[in-house]
Design a protein around this ligand. Structure first.
Ligand code: UDP
Length: 332
């Protein structure tokens, strides 16, 4: 029998690639999304879409009553570090209340399996590089704090009612579906690679390099970029892992390598053959120096095999999307 998977936040950047991957793997897919940051057009037409907010218990109830859902992939959250520093309550309200109402609905309908998006931002300034799955989590921004709280809420619900969960801590999601049909379109855009490509496309005069006094070799901060379709693949493996009777767990999803802002800029110049002007600018709030994942546990335990382990290829897929959709999605 085909399994029906609910993707909360399936119109978002990672969510829309998740939906695509599930459909590629012949799952039946239900999407909920309030379209506050996602795009209707990003959702594969084979998925059934319900527009509404995960915090809205009546809405969730109606979806769970109509669909025979076997597992939930929860990707519905606000995720911008700088915005979270300025508007922490927006983050705690959306990210925590959304999770709680989803867990209540799952409990009521006896849905046992949850895969949910956590983040490298839960680690704050890490105690070691690369970051191990079990390293201490001490977030330094409200976004990371909200995700750590989500991990803890899920942990206690597991103890109480037998929920089984894998939390996947994404490092920097990047790239797009290789055919360029779906990709990254945040409004406003704050992420480095899409900002660089927008500048390459002549839609912005220059890239701001935010902070050049970090404790890194070139002074700009270092992140671990992981392809969005590799992230999606890890969720399906995590679901199979739980369904095989394995215990709840958390995994870091990254590449074991990091690139500084200046290195990403240089790679993008090589990929796009554009000059891409850049200027040094002050640090943003809440940014650690270096975030790199140790992904060995995800590889060993889940059997994760990232397909896009080269930063040129990752940026190339994002560039293909950008060239196909210079203005992003036509509608919100
Ligand atoms: N960054 C930058 N200029 C920008 C946007 C981002 O220098 O216009 C830097 C930012 O300081 C961080 C890295 O690029 O070190 C990745 O930022 P992004 O917002 O893409 O992801 P985050 O790590 O915040 O999730």
């Amino acid at each position: 029998m085909t399994e029906t998977i609910l993707v909360a936040g399936g119109a978002g950047y990672v969510g829309s690639h998740m939906v695509q991957e599930l459909i590629n793997e012949h799952y039946d897919v239900v999407v909920i999304d309030n379209l506050s940051t996602g795009h209707r057009q990003a959702i594969n037409a084979q998925a059934r879409f319900y527009q509404g907010d995960t915090r809205d218990r009546q809405f969730l109830e109606s979806v769970f009553a109509q669909e025979e859902i076997t597992a939930v992939i929860h990707m519905d959250a606000f995720s911008l570090v700088p915005e979270s520093v300025q508007q922490p309550l927006k983050y705690f309200d959306n990210n925590l209340i959304g999770l709680i109402s989803l867990l209540e609905a799952m409990n009521k309908y006896a849905i046992k399996y949850l895969i949910f998006s956590s983040t490298a931002a839960t680690f704050g300034n890490p105690v070691q590089i690369p970051i191990q799955d079990q390293d201490p989590q001490q977030p330094i921004n409200p976004y990371g704090e909200s995700k750590l709280m989500m991990e803890k809420i899920v942990h206690w619900v597991e103890q109480a009612n037998g929920l089984q969960c894998v939390a996947l801590r994404y490092f920097n999601a990047a790239g797009a579906l290789a055919d360029g049909s779906i990709g990254e379109d945040h409004r406003p855009e704050t992420h480095l690679i899409p900002i660089i490509l927008r500048t390459a496309a002549g839609q912005q005069d220059y890239v701001q390099i935010c902070g050049t006094d970090y404790h890194t070799p070139d002074g700009t901060n270092i992140r671990d970029y992981v392809h969005v379709m590799d992230l999606a693949q890890a969720h399906i493996l995590a679901l199979k892992y739980l369904q095989a009777g394995n215990p709840s767990c958390s995994f870091n999803l990254g590449s074991n390598t990091g690139f500084s802002v200046k290195e990403i800029l240089q790679t993008a110049r090589e990929v796009t053959h554009c000059a891409i002007p850049a200027q040094e600018a002050p640090r943003r709030g809440g940014d650690p120096d270096i975030l790199i994942a140790d992904n060995s546990q995800a590889k060993k335990i889940l059997g994760w095999h990232p397909q896009y382990d080269d930063i040129h290829t990752i940026i190339q897929t994002a560039w293909t999307w950008k060239q196909n959709h210079p203005q992003g999605y036509a509608h919100k």
